[in-house]
Write a protein that binds this ligand. Structure first.
Ligand code: AVI
Length: 312
């Protein structure tokens, strides 16, 4: 599945990240087929509150959400994954005329689209396999005269650093006209132990998901990471307002990637993911150059929010 993520680009990004003082890897490389499946398992864990909370918010507010988003829309979902939350919308929202799932993992996307075509025979589905963190073009069905609504659930926007999130929003907004919108899930600041538990589940699914980035690199590139030589670490960085995931080297070791050799000291980490947690005010400020916040729905614990943003 390396059609869209071309080999040289993946290699460049990985080498660039591992050459930094604090080694890092782009978190989008979690998501090969296996990584997407592991993430799906995470969403079903007791400890991982975001998915079920967001689904609950959607279920509890569906008529209101539909009224806010409007009718006759083209729904373009960013990082569509299993499209589970989309099914919730499609089942209640007959006025979605077309659906554009946008997903980095090609095999996973193909499978899900095949299923959706069977389940929703009247829906026009136009998949787009791309790395949406880079500028991209929506397919031709998203033409003028129809309202475009991006659907970006799960608080995946929190996996961007704020500066990256702004570049991404800026790029999205070039595809939108005033009145178009975005239905976005945003995870909120909360008790640290709730956060840290969600990223350190007892079964170790999150640990496997984290390590899968190394397996993915071994598979796609000529690399020899030994997964047993790294351990999963996840903690809340209060100053930055984010969960950080790292892979910590258990020993002094070297790893070779396409003839480039990287040294790891015992205890040295690779920073693999950020997951920012926002206050409602901070998020509004983040998007304010391009979007107005029209509506915010939350759960009773204020753990998570679903927001409708309108392009200004
Ligand atoms: C996809 N994204 C919103 C997840 C998150 O919570 O940041 C990815 C994840 N990482 C560890 N667990 C889940």
């Amino acid at each position: 599945d390396h059609v869209t993520l071309s080999f040289p680009k993946m290699l460049d990004e990985i080498i660039e990240g591992l050459e930094k003082d604090q080694k890092e890897l782009p978190s989008k490389y979690f998501y090969d087929q296996r990584g997407s499946q592991l993430f799906e398992e995470i969403t079903e864990l007791e400890e991982y509150y975001p998915t079920r909370t967001e689904m609950r918010i959607m279920q509890d507010n569906m008529p209101y959400i539909i009224r806010t988003v409007g009718s006759d829309i083209i729904l373009a979902e960013l990082g569509s994954g299993s499209s589970k939350k989309t099914r919730l919308l499609l089942d209640h929202f007959p006025s979605i005329t077309s659906y554009i799932p946008i997903e980095i993992s090609e095999q996973y996307l193909a499978k899900v689209v095949q299923k959706l075509n069977q389940e929703y025979p009247d829906l026009q589905i136009e998949p787009l396999c791309t790395d949406y963190s880079m500028p991209f073009q929506l397919p031709a069905i998203a033409q003028p005269y129809s309202k475009i609504v991006f659907f970006y659930p799960g608080s995946t926007i929190g996996n961007f650093q704020p500066s990256q999130a702004k570049a991404f929003l800026n790029n999205l907004s070039t595809q939108l006209d005033p009145g178009d919108g975005m239905l976005v899930g945003v995870d909120l600041k909360k008790n640290i132990s709730v956060l840290e538990t969600a990223y350190n589940d007892r079964q170790g699914v999150t640990a496997s998901f984290n390590k899968n980035i190394l397996r993915h690199i071994n598979r796609k590139l000529d690399a020899n990471f030994n997964l047993n030589n790294f351990r999963h670490e996840a903690f809340y960085n209060r100053d930055e307002g984010r969960i950080e995931m790292h892979l910590v080297s258990r020993t002094d070791q070297t790893v070779t990637i396409e003839k480039e050799v990287f040294h790891f000291k015992q205890g040295e980490s690779i920073h693999t993911e950020n997951s920012y947690k926002y206050s409602l005010a901070d998020f509004e400020t983040l998007v304010s150059e391009w979007f107005s916040v029209e509506k915010v729905w939350t759960d009773s614990d204020h753990y998570f929010s679903l927001q409708y943003l309108q392009k200004i």
